[in-house]
Design a protein around this ligand. Structure first.
Ligand code: GUN
Length: 288
């Protein structure tokens, strides 16, 4: 058996097409969803990510604004800019690209963004709301992963989900979102003993470790669903995941490729969060 691909690029494209219509309707009511993306410094990878984000905004009719600040921008200045957009009614989402230069506290910046505009879902208020099942902005990569699984009609309730990785951005929240969907969730990480014994029990295995080909076929139960969050660059310049795809596809029932897997979903869910924020700010119902 060879695993069926979960094509994130196709799922993302379908979602963006639906968003175009949704944004059109909002625009007809005089509501133009607006996202402000702030970048400090000129890290080429970060610049490429943020340009991708504002380009995606344009594709669906969201007003995307890129604010490029120099590397030596003070924390005080950045806080001032965030406060300005917190009070700007045309702005429904504020995203400050991470990582930030060392002289700026990421925690201080994340907490300065109004939780009602925190479309990254990084603010402790949104994390708390997500954990307690209240209306919240969900972090984009975990949100995208759940949407991919649902798009393939893979049932989650009662399934054993094993997450490898415990970052604040992906590992921890993706486990929480699967728990919210009534899965049984286990986390594995760098200090986990007998990791393979645990991952081999997974019906759904989420791999977010940041190490090329960390997971081989000996980690995977036959028929499991494998979600690969890794983005690593090989010596030949090509992108590859945290999962050894050639091995895993022989064992799994479904698998996400890298590229064209989880990656395209992340920006798509950022667009979704911005649209939701625009709706919620006008007391229009909108659900995930
Ligand atoms: N840096 C890498 N990924 C992300 C993300 O999803 N949001 C922000 N703000 N910065 C990032």
């Amino acid at each position: 058996m060879v695993a069926e691909l979960i094509k994130g690029n196709e799922i993302a494209e379908a979602k963006r097409n639906a968003m175009k219509e949704e944004v059109n309707k909002l625009r007809n009511e005089g509501i133009i969803p607006g996202l402000v993306v702030i970048i400090v410094g000129n890290n080429p990878a970060s610049l490429s990510y943020v340009r991708g984000k504002t380009k995606a905004c344009k594709q669906v009719g969201i007003n995307g604004k890129l604010v490029e600040l120099s590397e030596d921008t003070s924390e005080e200045k950045l806080l001032e800019i965030i406060t300005q957009y917190n009070h700007d009614d045309a702005c429904h989402g504020i995203l400050v690209q991470l990582p930030l230069p060392e002289h700026i506290s990421e925690t201080a910046i994340i907490e300065a963004i109004s939780p009602e505009k925190d479309v990254d879902g990084f603010h402790p208020i949104n994390i708390g709301r997500m954990m307690t099942g209240q209306r919240a902005f969900l972090p984009c990569t975990p949100y995208g992963i759940i949407e991919m699984v649902k798009a393939k009609d893979i049932s989650i309730e009662g399934k054993h989900v094993v997450v490898i990785g415990r970052s604040n951005i992906v590992g921890k929240p993706v486990g929480q979102l699967f728990l919210n969907e009534n899965a049984t969730v286990t986390y594995c990480h760098s200090r986990t003993a007998n990791m393979k014994e645990i991952t081999k029990q997974a019906d759904i295995l989420v791999v977010a470790v940041g190490k090329m080909h960390f997971v081989g076929k000996d980690f995977i139960k036959p028929g499991a669903v494998v979600i690969d969050v890794g983005i690593n660059r090989k010596d030949d310049g090509k992108l590859t995941g945290d999962v050894d795809f050639e091995e895993a596809e022989q064992v799994a029932s479904y698998i996400t490729p890298v590229p064209k897997g989880v990656g395209p979903m992340t920006i798509t869910m950022l667009l979704q969060n911005t649209i939701l924020s625009a709706k919620w700010s006008h007391q229009i119902e909108g659900v995930h």
